[in-house]
Design a protein around this ligand. Structure first.
Ligand code: GDP
Ligand code: IMO
Ligand code: MG
Length: 436
């Protein structure tokens, strides 16, 4: 029963979309397990660029069942727009399934997210403004609406009558407009009508696929350093991107996961506020941002850029039980004379090798770097490790040694085929992948 979890090892935008699309060719099902339309996953095939926020990145293959799991918070308006966009571009969305128990992001969640950020001013988290925190908050508070509730106007009315007065009070305090029960029932019921054919019991869908011996990919959103438990709270998202989140949010048990593939890029980026010890505010950083096109897929905000940080990498490998790694965007480092790699921190004169659990310690960390000679030549057309410049191989080997886990895929461009596959890759050697 092979299930592979794909998880971001940094602050998101590591190229999970590209990696998922690349691997999806050989599997039967791809499941999103957490997050919402704060995610922006880019898939490039030939001249076509797809930016996906909710639909899993396997959707471009006709043989894939794409599942939005119970752990995802769904803004139905975004989902409908995405399904329409895909249909308009010739992609069959008939096999997109949405968990009946996934929670709904309502318009008041979006308004609360934005109002709260405005109120925090300088102390803001820098959220994507998509209502993620308030929707997960209502889920935990047992005040949320689930996708199946959209199918029943009387359920909607009862739940909204209980919830909206408090929401309107808070929104009023923020100087924002409130919402009426009637309007919300109409909007939500229309979403339900449109999405009804896609709603399903996602847990049993996934379990049935695994029981048939089909290979299931679980696609994480965000990254380990944005995890609600493991990131630098409060500068985190409101879900668990780590591999454990694939169990709770995807409907599988821990022993059903047989591979956890970590996705990282050759440098670091972060969108929004929060500590970022290796951040670059010089020309080198600006060059990486320019060549790497580091602008948020969801909000268009410039991403902060820095050198690769191996301190949180070791932490991410541990908490996700990473078994193999994809290294993306190695091509972006071509042309930099010297590449710095952070191997430890100096915190108040003390060397720290472990990612500190204290946000205060991270804020005071000064990186200790090892310097690697760079390489000049573009590497977009390289398709084997042996074909990489020697200095690129050295950098890659250093990353691999610091992670303690094999790098099995190396990406040298955004397009599907711009990928170096190592001869050894666990997924290839597992049996029982009957593909149509
Ligand atoms: P995700 O959120 O983890 O799926 O990552 P994003 O899609 O938000 O950001 C990654 C960006 O880098 C996208 O624009 C990808 O098309 C692009 N990309 C992925 N891998 C590579 C690579 O190896 N080289 C280059 N140049 N671009 C890449
Ligand atoms: P993908 O899946 C990068 C960041 C926001 C903010 C913090 C909280 O494309 O990698 P939220 O809207 O989730 O409440 O914002 O998390 N963030 C991301 N950063 N990539 C993402 O997704 C992100 N999703 C949220 O910028 O700092
Ligand atoms: Mg992204």
């Amino acid at each position: 029963m092979p299930a592979t979890v794909i998880v971001g090892l940094q602050w998101g935008d590591e190229g999970k979309g590209k990696t998922t699309d690349f691997l999806a060719e050989q599997v039967a099902m791809v499941v999103r397990y957490q997050g919402g339309d704060n995610a922006g996953h880019t898939v490039v095939t030939g001249d076509e660029v797809f930016k996906l926020h909710l639909v899993p990145s396997g959707v471009l293959y006709p043989h894939i069942t794409s599942v939005i799991g119970n752990g995802v918070v769904v803004n139905p308006a975004t989902l409908i727009a995405e399904l329409d966009m895909l249909t308009g571009r010739g992609i069959d969305v008939g096999r997109v399934r949405v968990s009946r128990s996934a929670h709904v992001i309502m318009p008041y969640h979006v308004a609360l997210d934005r109002g709260n950020e405005a109120r925090l001013a300088e102390a803001k988290v820098g959220t994507t403004g998509r209502g993620i925190g308030p929707a997960y908050g209502d889920r935990a508070w047992r005040l949320g609406l689930r996708m199946e509730d959209l199918l029943d106007r009387s359920v909607l009315r009862t739940r909204l009558e209980a919830v909206l007065p408090d929401k309107n009070l808070v929104l009023g305090g923020m100087g924002a407009n409130g919402f009426t029960v009637d309007a919300m029932v109409d909007v939500a019921a229309a979403w339900g009508e449109r999405l009804a054919p896609h709603l399903d019991d996602s847990t049993w869908l996934v379990q049935a696929a695994l029981a048939r011996g089909e290979h299931v990919l679980l696609e994480g959103a965000q990254g380990t350093l944005l995890d609600l438990d493991h990131g630098s709270y409060p500068f985190v998202t409101s879900s668990n991107p780590v591999a454990g989140g694939a169990c709770t949010g995807g409907g599988i048990g821990p022993l059903q996961v047989d591979e956890v593939l970590g996705v990282m890029k050759a440098y670091a980026t972060r969108v929004g506020s929060g500590p970022f010890p290796t951040e670059l505010q010089d020309e080198i950083g600006a060059g990486i941002a320019r060549r790497g096109n580091e602008f948020g897929t969801t909000t268009g905000r410039p991403r902060r850029v820095g050198w690769f940080d191996a301190v949180p990498l070791r932490y991410a490998v541990a908490v996700n039980s990473i078994s193999s790694i994809t290294l993306n965007k190695l091509d972006i480092l071509s042309g930099i004379p010297e590449i710095q790699l952070c191997v430890a921190y100096d915190v108040h004169g003390r060397r720290v090798d472990h990612w500190p659990s204290s946000a205060l310690a991270i804020a005071d960390a000064t990186p200790i770097y090892e310097t690697f000679p760079g390489w000049d030549e573009p590497i977009h057309d390289v398709r084997s490790l042996a074909g990489l410049p020697e200095n690129a191989r050295r950098y890659l080997t250093a990353l691999e040694e610091l992670a303690g886990v094999p790098i099995v895929l190396v990406s040298v461009g955004p397009e599907r085929t711009q990928t170096i596959e190592r001869a050894w890759r666990p997924m290839r050697h597992r049996g029982g992948v009957p593909l149509a």
